[in-house]
Design a protein around this ligand. Sequence first.
Ligand code: GDP
Ligand code: MG
Length: 357
Amino acid sequence: MMRLGIIGLPRSGKTTLFNVLTGEDLPTGPLAGGGRFDVHTAVVDIPDSRLDALSKLLKPRKTTYAKVTYADIGGLQIGSGREELPGPLMNQLEQMDAFLHVVRAFDDPTAPHPLSTIDPARDHMAMETELLLHDMLMVDRRLQRLAEERQKGARDHGVIDREIAFFKHLGASLDRERPLRTLDFSIEETQILSGFSLLTRKPVLVLINLEEGEAIPVLDVSDGAQMIGIQAKLEMEIAQLAPGEAQAFLAEYGIEESGRERIIHACCDLLEFLSFFTFNEQEGRAWTLRQGSSALEAAGAIHSDMARGFIKAEVIAWDELIALGSIAEARAQGKLRLEGKDYKMADGELIYIRFSV
Ligand SMILES: Nc1nc2c(ncn2[C@@H]2O[C@H](COP(=O)(O)OP(=O)(O)O)[C@@H](O)[C@H]2O)c(=O)[nH]1
Ligand SMILES: [Mg+2]
């Protein structure tokens, strides 16, 4: 399951966004949180209109959406990265697959900005800098340890020297203010890194929290991050309306996709996830996988037995099935393709696994 951590300066709208994404009703505003360490977590369905269309056609008893975990992580602020982050905060940040970085562009005198003025470019850099500083600290500490190890002769010198060179390379990138997410790592390097919580490795979706009707400012977020505009407060008000009212409201404002859907879809792109679907009489269900995953990995996501006893997969794109009108018709026309275990799954496919254990 995808885990997305909401970060940003105090009063940027993190908790407001969390409410939008999860349907919760946590208190927001100057009296709530205010920069202290504070985490709220919720697991919610990923809305998926493709799954809805398939369920309408195939009529399973129930429909199960893929899930995502959102965590509203308060406590990162200017100066946080200069020393070691408190354990519980570090622990939370480390667990995330990606960050949703909320950057404040709205003005609201009742919720003063911690730096008094509204400056999205400054705030974006400030948070990036905290993450960079934190990673520098981790890299320096590791280099010290490696130097000690080398002196003691604890491990083979060649191995230690390679690791030292690698961490120096990371340090050089950080010194140039290049987040580690902009670097490519070999399998060996990824293994070395697996024991370290380096925060700038994680993908970031920058969410510019706009004033109603305001255009998105031009920010340089080219460092492997992506950016979209949101109106968290308005979205929260919409999310708290009754479903029928919300529809009317969205239509009135000419909003095609709710903020919640837009953000989750941007995250799936950012993290290079794909969705696939399984159906039987009982249940129609959506699953998420890394892009480039095979049919065998898809089977393994459903059940380890299916991977172990994998024979073949029958595969069809969701919209092709909708156009054909039924599984029987798809089969009759030879559109239900028979694929082997190495088949690379594409986004939006319906799959039936043939297996025997
Ligand atoms: N005008 C406006 N106010 C917002 C928006 N998003 C959040 N706020 C307000 O900003 C204040 C701080 O929001 P909150 O979600 O608690 O920020 P957090 O400290 O980052 O969790 C609250 O008073 C919100 O109502 C927005 O999009 N527009
Ligand atoms: Mg908050």
